[in-house]
Design a protein around this ligand. Structure first.
Ligand code: FES
Length: 293
């Protein structure tokens, strides 16, 4: 088994699901209004915000660990530890928002990630208290312990992203299998008005479901796999969200602007891959957009 391979085994363990599910509901209930939840997901910038926010506590605490090794620099280390503790709060909130909308296996590892981060945060708070009362040795023991635990937890977070595709755009992965050539999706008249239809893009490594929305003579073609967790957008709905006509995912309700694929409602933070469209003799032709070719 690889060094982190055991984490996949952990993700299969259902033992703690009875505790995880109420925690997930509590997080969902606490994150209101919806605008706050979307802000924590990163829907407003079209990118997950959690990996951005975690840079501050991780960077502060690693830097503090280096400064603590030099006696005359330890006051600066204390400042950095305090900055890391403060920055850990919004970072944790964004992580919790993302975690509550993930699949079961990701939630299990995410729960372990959260517990370890909480322990690390507690150790850093204890370190600050010890430093304030002139117990410097204890303060450094606590902060180095916190750094070790936070480092292990970061490895779990990385495994969630790289091995479990948490936070990655599933649409960006799917689009790579599409042919770069124009795809003939059939006659315009075959598409229903105002609701997505399934077509299949092929010619690449594998067939790719596409979600096609017709609005009069305008046709919008998206990769069918939702960028959030690969939900089937071709089974979604067309709704107005935030003043924009959007394609709404049937799984967690993410809404993507029909005009450009940008997320208008989370939990998706990444945009949805949209194909270039042209009409040819009454038929709808689509191909991968320029930036992905
Ligand atoms: S799969 Fe989660 S919103 Fe689409």
């Amino acid at each position: 088994m690889s060094l982190l391979g055991f984490l996949d085994r952990v993700a299969d363990v259902a033992t703690f699901d009875k505790a995880i599910e109420p925690a997930r509901r509590a997080v969902q209930g606490a994150l209101r209004p919806a605008a706050l939840k979307d802000a924590l997901h990163g829907t407003w910038i079209g990118h997950p915000v959690h990996p951005i926010l975690v840079q501050v506590p991780v960077g502060s605490w690693i830097s503090a660990g280096l400064l603590d090794a030099v006696p005359r620099l330890r006051p600066a280390a204390t400042v950095l530890i305090g900055a890391g503790v403060a920055a850990a709060v919004p970072a944790a909130a964004s992580g919790a928002a993302d975690w509550a909308e993930q699949d079961t296996g990701v939630r299990r590892l995410g729960a372990l990630h959260a517990v370890l981060n909480s322990v690390a945060l507690g150790l850093y708070v204890g370190s600050l208290a010890a430093r304030r009362s002139d117990r410097g040795v204890l303060g450094r023991v606590l902060s180095y312990s916190g750094l070790a635990i936070a480092g292990g937890s970061a490895a779990i977070g990385g495994h969630m992203s790289y091995a479990q595709s948490s936070g990655a755009s599933h649409a960006a992965t799917a689009v790579r299998a599409l042919s770069k050539d124009w795809l003939d999706l059939g006659p315009l008249d075959d598409f229903p008005e105002g609701r997505p239809a399934l077509r299949t893009g092929s010619g690449g490594a594998a067939d790719v479901p596409l979600a096609v929305v017709r609005r009069g003579t305008t046709v919008d073609v998206f990769v069918g796999a939702c960028s959030h967790s690969a939900g089937p957008l071709q089974e979604g709905t067309v709704e107005e969200v935030g003043g924009s006509q959007c394609l709404v995912c049937p799984w967690h309700g993410s809404a993507f602007d029909l005009d450009n694929g940008e997320p208008r409602r989370g939990p998706a933070a990444n945009p949805q891959e949209k194909l270039e469209v042209r009409m040819q003799a009454g038929r709808v032709m689509a191909r991968v957009h320029g930036r992905n070719r």
